[in-house]
Design a protein around this ligand. Structure first.
Ligand code: SF4
Length: 243
């Protein structure tokens, strides 16, 4: 279980049920109030050598940007959802390219607002059933071990007449989403790589046998499961050197 070394939070999270419960859950962890989760000067100024220590911090805020990006690969829209960043350290992670050493886990507590917007968009679409990618900025199975957001999301999205959710993962803490309603509206993409590569470059994630077990369990539970290879190009090149 992830216990952060420090928590940085926006005051506004105290107006949200999830914000209050996270502060309570991590009562013992040292906390600092911040103005804006996007720009924490103290952390931004730390040297790059602090990368692994920064990954042990948790940032909690309110998401202000809700712009959907069209996507024609695995979904219709990339949706900014309840988290950004991750506690793991895959060497090729594109979040590191975006946020550099500040690719730590940020959690956004205004989940009701984000979910309602998705349900509205899904039900307003007359031409087709829309699929929403909710995990393009984070790993929601990992995030769920901190927030419990995933069962909440899946069960509430089940009330929507239309639409599907999808997200990728490299983790196997799937127990909380096995016995809930709404599974038929969710496509989970489990990221796979040869064991050698996982051990070499995907630090802090589930190992290959754990992911295979998770795939089978999710499938048996009623989820649509797809294989996912975010790091394909990088790993194919790396494979040439190490295999
Ligand atoms: S698990 Fe995903 S989000 Fe986390 S470091 Fe690896 S690639 Fe990045």
């Amino acid at each position: 279980m992830f216990i952060p070394d420090e928590i940085y939070y926006e005051k506004a999270i105290k107006s949200y049920e999830l914000g209050i419960s996270l502060l309570r859950k991590y009562e013992q962890v040292p906390k600092f109030v911040i103005e804006n989760h996007n720009n924490i000067e103290k952390l931004r100024k730390m040297p790059n050598t602090e990368f692994s220590n920064l990954k042990r911090k948790l940032i909690i805020g309110v998401r202000k940007t809700h712009r959907y990006e069209e996507n024609h690969k695995v979904s219709d829209f990339l949706v900014p959802y309840t988290s950004s960043g991750c506690t793991a350290s895959c060497l090729y992670c594109y979040l590191v390219c975006h946020y550099n050493k500040c690719s730590y886990l940020r959690i956004f507590v205004n989940r009701e607002q984000m979910l309602q917007r998705m349900i509205k968009t899904a039900n307003e679409s007359t031409s087709k059933e829309l699929t929403f990618e909710i995990g393009s900025n984070s790993d929601l199975i990992l995030e769920n071990s901190i927030t419990g957001n995933l069962p909440w999301t899946i069960q509430n999205f089940a009330r929507s007449k239309h639409g599907f959710l999808t997200f990728p993962t490299k983790f196997d803490m799937i127990e909380p989403i096995l016995s809930i309603d709404g599974k038929e509206k969710v496509i989970i993409r489990v990221s796979m790589n040869p064991e050698k590569l996982i051990n070499l470059v995907e630090f802090g994630t589930a190992r290959l046998n754990q992911r295979i077990r998770a795939i089978n369990t999710l499938k048996d539970a009623g989820y649509k499961v797809r294989n996912y290879h975010r790091s394909g190009y990088f790993c194919r090149r790396l494979e040439k050197f190490i295999c």
